[in-house]
Design a protein around this ligand. Structure first.
Ligand SMILES: [Zn+2]
Length: 332
């Protein structure tokens, strides 16, 4: 398999081409100086937004908190560095590791933030995840960045958490997207109700086909879409703040965060991840995290060798995959 000599995108990635030195079009188009300038602009923009939003409601900002390393660091940044009154929201998809749960409890306690764990009916989730093993439920574009299973989960998180933010009139929603996941230009963005409604439908429809009307309660309702002025800003601070994995782990370690063991290299919280990745690679020929990791290699926040290992190292995860299959009811 041909892999870009600068980042790590493979030839199976949609829309890729290589020059005679083996460098991909994504790397040829990338301009590092521009990115550094934009980071400073967006940090300033975020400070302005804080001045505008702070104190308007019981909470200034939600943080979608999986217990993984990036969202732990995001929670810390928003609470301690930017001094926001934060509400931590955790989506329990039935596959959060024990250690991730312990981390959620310890870190929210040590930081002094309120925390809600939203556990969705697992029978319903099981149907949706199992359907995602058989078919690619979402658009090819959505599948460039994440597996079908991750898309289902992220979709439910986005829509149900926006619902919570709207109910509580919270003006900002914080996300722990890594610099490879969140492009800088979308790192601070007010949610546009009509665009959001259209996106929501591309997720709600396939899930509705699998599970019926019960799914509707996790999505933003018609009535809520009328409250246009209450729609919050999405903020992804890791896109414009310094991102250094070693520093991040050191900082969150001081808050009591402990790295889970036995999970794959790209998720420090979800047990289902390596199976979801495996299914995606079999179907589409590329790893669902490769775009994100390649982006971090390209921008210099991660070494190429380290990125390569996260994506292409063969994992011994038979046991984890077998557990997930049993829990999803795919094998007896
Ligand atoms: Zn490249």
């Amino acid at each position: 398999m041909k892999i870009c000599t600068k980042c790590i995108l493979p030839e199976a990635f949609p829309g890729i081409n290589f020059d005679d030195k083996g460098v991909c079009n994504f790397c040829r188009d990338f301009k590092k100086e521009e990115l550094m300038e934009e980071k400073a602009t967006y940090l300033a923009k975020f400070k302005e937004l804080i001045a505008q939003c702070k104190g308007k409601s019981d909470y200034d900002c939600t943080v979608s908190y999986s217990g993984g390393k990036d969202s732990t660091y995001t929670l810390y940044l928003l609470k301690d560095v930017f001094k926001l009154r934060v509400l931590s929201l955790t989506f329990d998809n039935g596959f959060i590791s024990e250690q991730a749960f312990k981390n959620i409890r310890t870190v929210t306690e040590n930081l002094g933030v309120d925390s809600i764990v939203y556990k969705i009916n697992f029978h319903l989730l099981k149907k949706i995840f199992a359907a995602g093993i058989k078919e690619s439920m979402y658009s090819p574009k959505a599948l460039e960045r994440a597996s079908t299973i991750c898309n289902s989960c992220i979709g439910l998180i986005k829509f149900s958490f926006l619902k919570i933010a709207l109910e509580k009139r919270i003006p900002m929603m914080g996300w722990g997207w890594s610099p490879g996941q969140a492009p800088i230009r979308s790192s601070i963005m007010r949610i546009n109700p009509s665009l959001f409604k259209a996106t929501q439908e591309t997720y709600r429809k396939p899930m509705h086909q699998v599970s019926g009307d019960e799914i509707n309660r996790y999505f933003v309702s018609e009535k809520m879409f009328e409250r246009k002025e209450d729609f919050p800003y999405n903020v992804s601070p890791l896109a414009f703040m310094d991102y250094d994995e070693a520093n991040i782990i050191k900082k969150i370690g001081s808050l009591g965060w402990i790295a889970p063991v036995g999970l794959d290299a790209n998720s420090t919280n979800c047990i289902m991840n390596s199976y979801a990745n495996q299914v995606h690679i079999e179907k589409l020929g590329f790893h669902p995290y490769v775009f994100e990791i390649a982006g971090m290699v390209r921008s210099g926040v991660m070494g190429r060798q380290e990125g390569y290992e996260k994506i292409y190292k063969i994992l011994d995860d038979k046991e984890a995959v077998a557990c997930v299959k049993i829990k999803l009811g795919l094998v007896p």
